[in-house]
Design a protein. Structure first.
Length: 576
């Protein structure tokens, strides 16, 4: 390893120029686990207005940056050291890549002269990240440090958003650099041609059972509410893709519910039976289509609005290159009456009725005839009542989150962060970031016991930086999703899925936070009120038997006549 020296204060070092460039791009926070490989960047942050959020593990730092990108639309910034640090951060890069979320990861590297010599913590940046990032670049020329950072920011947010990885050789960072700061360039936002909107309006007018499916990122400025108003006037139900539920407000006659893991058959019928599907910001992907088995009728007309010309969603009859914002602006400027044609409200009303039945707060059924002591259907109904659709929710992976998906509404944009790729460990760090971004809002993490302990250490980050999220941990001492699959495929032969847990409420209190332990339904409401009133990070430890599974996909009476068969929860790799 080389010995570093602070740069001449009369000039910018490359490391300091990186910080100045982030400032110029309006970055308010970077999420970091420090390393000796990028000391000069840390030195530049010392006198910066950019807050350095010191995290306890690189996976947590990456997930916080991902939450920043999801909730603000600006690339989230994470900084980690070489080798082991980069390995831990890989999970966030993969999640950002599959979820199409803007993220820039800075990775400290060995000195240039030490490359290819098996140096301490050396690894191949491109070899590791080349297949999982939009771009991988290394700053070898100090004069280009600012320009490459600006380029990374633009690439991360352009087209289909995603992660960009920048390597920082430690000896290059301390070299003097040209002091000019690369200013931000607004990423191009493709917009529909009027003829494309006219064609779509014509398709909508001819359809008997049209449906809109929204997803992805980019729904930050109220476009969802505008789309819902147009859709209701046009008689078109609107569905949300998996964990993109905050794209549109869950209210009004056009709201038809969400697709993906845990959806009900009654809701899925609307997607299956549609004769025209309009995807905005997403496509006919794996999860919403129950593993590519639903919504693929050869007679269904398919329209996709997405900025990625190479998206892998199979056949489409019309692909409009547009962001959700530009597409919705163009579509809502059209005549909703013309889009309705001669269609009455029966189709849309049936879809809304199915969703209202789905989200109704009601007690879960008993298990084997034995009433439950802890009824999560009631508990999350109470959470929904308290939050009133205005909170930011973050989700871990697995069955434990399904009750919140089902029963907690989103009425405000930029109010959900969940790993659409099934990654575990996101809920807690995302909630910490959400609380820092929106200190005036309630921020609630919902996770299982397995997911919680993946990155539960970031409670320490919350305490250190004044974040005050509420964390709800559903504890059944098993990896519940995997147990569900085992019971389906290997009945009575659970294997490798049992866990042992501490008292999580006590654990939260040991950090100086507020902890509650709940074992009965009637205890949840008062515990929730105390937790929401606490002027500190709070946690509710909810204990349930290992026999409890999420609400069944077919537990809501269907409406209308299905022309396809909706199956239960799709298989996947998420666990909790």
């Amino acid at each position: 390893m080389t010995t570093q020296h602070a740069p001449d204060t009369a000039t910018h070092s490359a490391g300091h120029l990186i910080v100045r460039t982030l400032e110029a791009h309006g970055i308010k926070r970077v999420y970091a686990v420090p390393g000796e490989s990028y000391l000069d960047v840390l030195d530049g942050l010392h006198d910066s207005g950019v807050e350095t959020v010191v995290c306890r593990q690189e996976g947590g730092a990456g997930f916080m940056a991902l939450a920043e990108g999801r909730l603000t639309g600006r690339p989230g910034i994470a900084m980690v050291t070489r080798g082991p640090g980069a390995a831990n951060a890989m999970i966030a890069v993969h999640t950002a890549y599959q979820d199409a979320t803007p993220l820039v990861l800075f990775v400290g590297l060995v000195p240039v002269n030490d490359r290819e010599r098996d140096a301490f913590q050396e690894f191949s940046l491109t070899g590791w990240f080349g297949s999982t990032a939009k771009r991988v670049m290394t700053i070898d020329n100090p004069d280009r440090a600012g320009a490459l950072v600006a380029e990374a920011m633009r690439i991360a947010a352009s087209g289909r958003p995603g992660p960009v990885v920048i390597g920082l050789p430690e000896d290059v960072l301390v070299l003097p650099a040209a002091p000019s700061v690369a200013l931000p360039v607004a990423p191009p936002a493709p917009a529909p041609h009027p003829s494309e909107i006219d064609a779509l309006v014509g398709r909508l007018a001819k359809a008997e059972r049209p449906a809109i499916v929204v997803g992805g990122d980019g729904w930050h400025e109220g476009q969802g509410a505008e789309l819902m108003a147009f859709a209701e006037a046009a008689g078109v139900p609107v569905f949300c893709d998996w964990r993109a539920y905050d794209a549109v407000p869950h209210a009004g006659g056009a709201w038809a519910g969400w697709l993906g893991y845990g959806r009900t058959d009654a809701v899925a019928e609307g997607y299956i039976n549609a004769d025209l599907l309009v995807f905005i910001g997403c496509g006919r992907a794996d999860v919403l289509s129950d593993g590519y088995t639903q919504g693929f009728d050869a007679e269904t007309v398919l329209v996709t609005a997405d900025p990625d010309a190479t998206m892998h969603s199979g056949r489409t009859d019309q692909h409009v290159l547009a962001t959700p914002a530009t597409f919705v602006a163009a579509l809502t400027g059209a005549d909703a009456g013309a889009a309705r044609g001669g269609r009455d409200d029966a189709w849309m009303a049936g879809r809304a009725q199915a969703q209202l039945a789905t989200e109704a707060h009601r007690p879960d059924a008993s298990i084997d005839g034995v009433a439950q002591q802890m009824d999560l259907g009631v508990a999350f109904g109470e959470l929904d009542d308290r939050l009133a659709g205005q909170a930011v929710l973050t989700f871990g992976a697995g069955n434990a989150t399904i009750w919140a998906h089902r029963f907690v509404k989103h009425l405000a944009p930029a109010s959900l962060v969940g790993a659409r790729n099934g990654a575990m460990g996101l809920a807690v760090p995302a909630a910490v970031a959400g609380s820092l971004i929106f200190p005036e809002r309630n921020v609630v993490a919902v996770c299982g016991d397995g997911d919680f302990l993946m990155n539960g250490q970031e409670i320490a980050t919350a305490v250190a930086h004044g974040a005050k999220p509420l964390i709800v941990v559903i504890d059944n001492e098993i990896y519940g999703t995997i147990v569900q699959h085992q019971e389906n495929h290997y009945p009575g032969r659970r294997s490798g899925t049992r866990m042992a847990n501490p008292d999580f409420a006590d654990w939260m209190r040991s950090f100086g936070g507020h902890g509650e332990r709940v074992e009965r339904t009637e205890e949840f409401g008062p515990a929730l009120d105390r937790a929401l009133a606490a002027d500190a990070p709070a946690l509710i430890h909810v204990l349930i038997p290992d026999t409890v599974m999420p609400p069944a996909s077919s537990d809501v009476p269907a409406t209308g006549t299905a022309t396809g068969t909706a199956t239960g929860t799709a298989t996947g790799t998420a666990t909790a």
